[in-house]
Design a protein around this ligand. Structure first.
Ligand code: NAG
Ligand code: NAG
Ligand code: NAG
Ligand code: NAG
Ligand code: NAG
Ligand code: NAG
Length: 437
C-alpha cells in the first residue's frame, strides 16, 4: 500500500545552546570510540566445551580481532577489541593480590593476547568493577568491609603492564553514595600509570536507575565515555527505548558532550538476527546522530553481507565521527515518525551542514515536510544540496530552505538518512589568485 503522509511541523522546537564543557584530557577519543565488545552477543558464556567458538576466551578475541582486520572493519574506524565481564579467575592472586585471567580460557595470559591484538593494529580493551565484585561475581576493584580501601593502583598498574588501551568500569556491588568520589579516583589511578587508557564509566547509569541526578559536568571531566541507561538487549524494543530516553533528555545532555567525553547509549547490535535490516538502519542512524560510541557486539565471523555493508557505511560513520562532536536532537516526534537533526561539517560560509534522520514508526512510506520547519532555531542556509547516506536512491538536488523535502522511508521500523550541505554563495564566486596559489 502506498500511503502518502503530509503533516505540519510546528509542535516541537527546542532551543539549546551548545556549551562545550572540557572533557577528560588524556588525548583519547577525540571522536566517539569505535570497536567491538563481547557483552551483548556473548555475555558471560564461559563453557568452552559447549561453545568452543562463543565462550569468553583468548580464541574468541583472536578470531574476532582477525576478522576486524581482514573484513575491513579496522579500515572503517573500528579499532578497539573489548572483553567485557567474566575474563578473570574467581579469586585474586593469593600472593600479589593482582587480578589474573582465567587460566583455561586465557592460557597465554592477557599480555600475550594484547600483543597479538596490537600486532594487528587494533587496540585492546578490558572490563572491571568499582565494587567488591563485578556484576557476574568476579573480583572487583574494591576491598570493602568498612575498610574503604581499594585495589585501584594495583589493578591499573596490572592493566597498564598488559598493554590495555581501554577499560569499562561497571558499578555492581558498590554503595552508590560513593560513586561521585571513587570513579574520579579510579580515573586518577589510570592517569598515574602514564599509559593513556580510555575510561568508560557506568557511574551515571546506576544513579539514573535510582532516580538520582548525575553530575554530568564532573563525569565528563573524569571519563571518556559513560553509560547512563539500561543495558541494550538484543531487541528493537530495547533500541527504541534507549532512543526515547535520549530524546527526552537531549536538552540536558547536549551541553555535556564534547570531544573526549561522550554519552554512551550502549553497544551496536546490528548484525544479530534480532534486528531486521531496517531496524539496524534505525540504530546506526540515531547512534550516529547522537555522536555515540560505535561498539559493535555481534559475530563478525558469520554476519550477513547486507549488515556488514551497513556497519561499514562510510557516509554514516562520517556523521558519527564528525569532528564537532555535537549530540544531534530529535526535532519532531509523533506516533508514526521521528525526525532527528545534527549539525556537521562542512561548515560553508559559517553555516553548518546537517545530517537528517527519519525514523518510520507508522504505516506511511513517504513523508514530506518543509525544510525550514526542521531547521527552526538552527543556523540555516537558504539552499542545500542533498546526499543520500544509506545510498538507496538519487535525490533531487538542490533544495531551498523554504521548500519541502519529500523522502521515502522503507516502511515501519526503518530509517532514512540524508546530508544537507549549504550551497549559499558556492556558485557565483569568482576564483582569485589566492585561491589558485
Ligand atoms: C575458568 O573457566 C572455566 C570455564 O571455561 C571454569 O570451569 C573454571 O572454573 C574457571 N577457573 C577459575 C579458576 O575461575
Ligand atoms: C604468546 O604465547 C605463545 C604460546 O605460548 C608464544 O608462542 C608467543 O611467543 C607468545 N607471544 C608473546 C608476544 O608473548
Ligand atoms: C567481608 O567480610 C565478610 C565477613 O567477615 C567475609 O565473609 C567476606 O569475605 C569479606 N569480604 C571481603 C571482600 O573481604
Ligand atoms: C594525566 O592527566 C594530565 C592532566 O589532565 C594529562 O595532561 C595527561 O595527559 C594524563 N595522562 C594520562 C596518561 O592519562
Ligand atoms: C514521542 O512519541 C511517542 C509515540 O507517540 C510517544 O510514546 C512518546 O512519549 C513521545 N515522546 C515525547 C518526548 O513526547
Ligand atoms: C509541504 O509540507 C507541509 C508541511 O510541512 C505541508 O503542509 C504541505 O502540504 C507540503 N506540500 C507538499 C506539496 O507536499
Amino acid at each position: 500500500m502506498f500511503y502518502f503522509l503530509v503533516f505540519s511541523l510546528n509542535l516541537l522546537v527546542i532551543f539549546t545552546t551548545h556549551v562545550s564543557v572540557n572533557g577528560l584530557d588524556n588525548g583519547l577519543a577525540r571522536t566517539p570510540p569505535m570497536g567491538w565488545m563481547t557483552w551483548a552477543k556473548f555475555g558471560c558464556h564461559v563453557d568452552c566445551v559447549k561453545e568452543p567458538n562463543g565462550c569468553i576466551s583468548d580464541k574468541l578475541i583472536r578470531s574476532m580481532a582477525s576478522v576486524m582486520v581482514t573484513e575491513g572493519y579496522l579500515d572503517a574506524g573500528y579499532e578497539y577489541v573489548n572483553i567485557d565481564d567474566c575474563w578473570s579467575e574467581m579469586e585474586r592472586d593469593p600472593v600479589t593480590q593482582a587480578l589474573i585471567p582465567n587460566a583455561t580460557r586465557f592460557p597465554d595470559g592477557m599480555e600475550n593476547l594484547s600483543s597479538f591484538v596490537h600486532s594487528l593494529g587494533l587496540r585492546f580493551g578490558i572490563y572491571g568493577d568499582i565494587g567488591t565484585k563485578t556484576c557476574e561475581g568476579y573480583p572487583g576493584f574494591w576491598i570493602g568491609n568498612g575498610s574503604a580501601s581499594d585495589y585501584f593502583l594495583l589493578d591499573t598498574e596490572t592493566f597498564a603492564s598488559w598493554g590495555v588501551d581501554s577499560i569499562k568500569v561497571d558499578g555492581c556491588y558498590q554503595d552508590i553514595d560513593l560513586f561521585d568520589r571513587i570513579y574520579p579516583r579510579f580515573g586518577q589511578a589510570l592517569n598515574f600509570t602514564g599509559r593513556p587508557i580510555l575510561y568508560s564509566c557506568s557511574w551515571p547509569a546506576y544513579q539514573v536507575y535510582v532516580q538520582r541526578e548525575p553530575d554530568y559536568a564532573s563525569i565528563a571531566k573524569s571519563c571518556n565515555l559513560w553509560r547512563n541507561y539500561n543495558d541494550i538487549e538484543l531487541s528493537f524494543e530495547s533500541v527504541l527505548s534507549i532512543i526515547e530516553f535520549f530524546a527526552q533528555n537531549q536538552a540536558d545532555f547536549v551541553r555535556y558532550q564534547s570531544p573526549g567525553a561522550w554519552f554512551d547509549p550502549d553497544m551496536i547490535i546490528v548484525g544479530n538476527e534480532e534486528l531486521t535490516l531496517g531496524q539496524a538502519r534505525v540504530q546506526m542512524a540515531i547512534w550516529s546522530i547522537l555522536s555515540a560510541p560505535l561498539l559493535m557486539s555481534n559475530d563478525l565471523r558469520t554476519i550477513k553481507p547486507e549488515f556488514k555493508q551497513l556497519l561499514l557505511n562510510r557516509k554514516v560513520i562520517a556523521v558519527d565521527q564528525d569532528p564537532m562532536g555535537i549530540m544531534g536532537e530529535r526535532v519532531f516526534n509523533a506516533s508514526d515518525l521521528q525526525i532527528w537533526v545534527k549539525p556537521i561539517e562542512p561548515v560553508v560560509k559559517g553555516k553548518p551542514s546537517f545530517a537528517v534522520a527519519l525514523v518510520n514508526t507508522g504505516v506511511a512510506d513517504t513523508f514530506s515536510f518543509k525544510l525550514s520547519d526542521i531547521l527552526t532555531g538552527k543556523d540555516s542556509a537558504t539552499s542545500y544540496s542533498i546526499d543520500d547516506l544509506f545510498g538507496d536512491e538519487p535525490l533531487n538536488s538542490p533544495i531551498e530552505l523554504s521548500s519541502n523535502l519529500t523522502l521515502k522511508v522503507g516502511g515501519k521500523g526503518d530509517a532514512r538518512m540524508v546530508k544537507l550541505i549549504p550551497r549559499d554563495g558556492l556558485f557565483f564566486e569568482t576564483l582569485t589568485n589566492n585561491d589558485l596559489s
